[in-house]
Design a binder for this molecule. Structure first.
Ligand code: NDP
Ligand code: GDR
Length: 373
């Protein structure tokens, strides 16, 4: 019998990579998708299987982390060997605007899943992975951050995830469940949501390079992050559930860059060099030089980045840097994709999209390019 996995958040960035990974390992993969007024399965459409097929190994269920009866019914029906709780309101800035909803989904949603597993008597069968986050460190107490660094959350998102972290530990200790936290540092990909900083940069610069947008408005360019590739990081989510005893692990690249550096790296992939002038809210990025043919709409002197205070957060996480030694030693896990490779893959993908839009525009078939960030 193939193992069965249930993934919440399967339509998100990580959910889609994890589903691919588990299917390759021979799992029967079940996922929870939310009802939406338009299609929201773009990231998993390529692995979708016709519901009328016999022996399907990819099955989507309608559900929501705010609905415990729905979660209980799905878990009862699937009887999963492994549950990966990746579903969340995952945007830190949005959590300041919707703090109660974020707590309901990210904190209470985790409790609802754990309780469903326990009440169904599956606590010794079903292994549980919780998508914890480097945002727990917030106002960092030591650098680099490890599994023992104290937490100091700085957003409603991080506070909700703190509850989820501890309730996962508590169910492990109280009921002997195999439940663990992956404390993942930022990880990105061409499938990253368009309003997270890396994707906003790669997509925005590609649109500007093709003449579809004129300027990118950004927040705190000094923020420092430890960025990895989502494809690398989902392998660890699986590895964590294959050990003899459950344990929590930090997953990080161990390398730190600023948002400003990521802008420069992305522009360089387009053959564009940028110089930054001014300070604070008056800082701008100006094109210094353009080489090659990837940015036909740009020339030296163009201002491509400005600062907009609305992208600053009420409380910011200034600097994150992880130490994944424990995962390296115990799980044998090592990230293989560098930031430069990640950035190149994201630019390649967004440039193709922008070129397609530009071509359509040239022929009078202009499509709206969403610039809401
Ligand atoms: P995404 O935002 O790309 O995906 C989130 C997923 O959760 C989507 O499938 C979304 O559905 C789903 N979701 C949102 N609200 C609900 C709800 N009420 N009920 C059920 N499902 C819901 O996040 P990532 O893939 O980037 O991240 C996966 C997890 O890892 C998240 O929990 C995130 O907080 C955490 N994390 C992410 C890191 C990162 O750098 N990416 C780092 C550390 C932790 P829909 O598609 O319909 O919106
Ligand atoms: P983060 O990711 O908050 O770390 O959470 P995000 O990419 O949104 O921000 C990273 C840093 O960039 C700064 N920044 C901007 N951010 C956005 N989104 N838009 C901007 O215009 C902008 N300008 C500067 C931010 O202030 C921040 O310092 C992500 C999410 O995936 C979480 O779910 C996850 O838990 C953490 O990573 C680890």
């Amino acid at each position: 019998m193939n193992k069965k996995a249930l993934i919440t958040g399967i339509t998100g960035q990580d959910g889609s990579y994890l589903a691919e990974f588990l299917l390759e390992k021979g799992y029967q993969v079940h996922g929870i998708k939310r009802r939406a007024s338009s299609f929201n399965t773009q990231r998993v459409d390529h692995i979708y299987q016709e519901p009328h097929l016999d022996n399907r190994n990819f099955v989507l269920h309608y559900g929501d982390l705010t609905d415990s009866s729905n979660l209980t019914r799905i878990i009862q029906q699937v009887q999963p060997d492994e549950v990966y709780n990746l579903g969340a309101q995952s945007h830190v800035a949005v959590s300041f605007e919707a703090p109660e909803y974020t707590a309901d989904v990210d904190a209470m949603g985790t409790l609802r899943l754990l309780e469903a597993i326990r009440l169904l008597g599956l606590e010794h069968k079903t292994r549980f992975y919780q998508a914890s986050t480097s945002e727990l460190y917030g106002l960092v107490q030591e650098t680099p951050q490890t599994e023992t660094t104290p937490f100091y959350p700085r957003s409603p998102y991080a506070v909700a995830k703190l509850y989820a972290y501890w309730i996962t530990v508590n169910y492990r200790e109280a009921y002997g469940m195999y439940a663990c936290n992956g404390i993942l540092f930022n990880h990105e990909s061409p499938r990253r949501g368009e309003t997270f900083v890396t994707r906003k940069v790669t997509r925005g610069l590609c649109n500007i390079a093709q003449g579809l947008e004129s300027c990118l408005y950004m927040g705190n360019l000094d923020a420092l992050r430890d960025w990895g590739h989502a494809r690398d990081y989902v392998q660890m989510q699986w590895l964590m559930l294959q050990q003899d005893t459950p344990e929590d692990f930090v997953i990080a690249s161990g390398v730190q860059h600023s948002v400003r550096e990521f802008l420069q790296l992305s522009a360089a992939e387009l053959g564009v060099s940028l110089v930054f002038r001014g300070q604070g809210l008056d800082e701008v990025a100006i094109v210094d030089n353009v080489e090659g043919d990837k940015a036909p709409a740009l020339k030296a002197g163009d201002v491509v980045v400005r600062i907009d205070p609305r992208y600053f957060r009420p409380t910011e996480v200034e600097s994150l840097l992880g130490d994944a030694s424990l995962a390296r030693d115990k799980l044998g896990w090592e990230p293989v994709i560098t930031l430069q490779q990640l950035c190149r893959e994201m630019i390649d993908c967004d440039l193709k999209d922008a070129q397609r839009h530009a071509l359509l525009k040239q022929h009078g078939f202009e499509l709206p390019v969403s610039v809401e960030n």
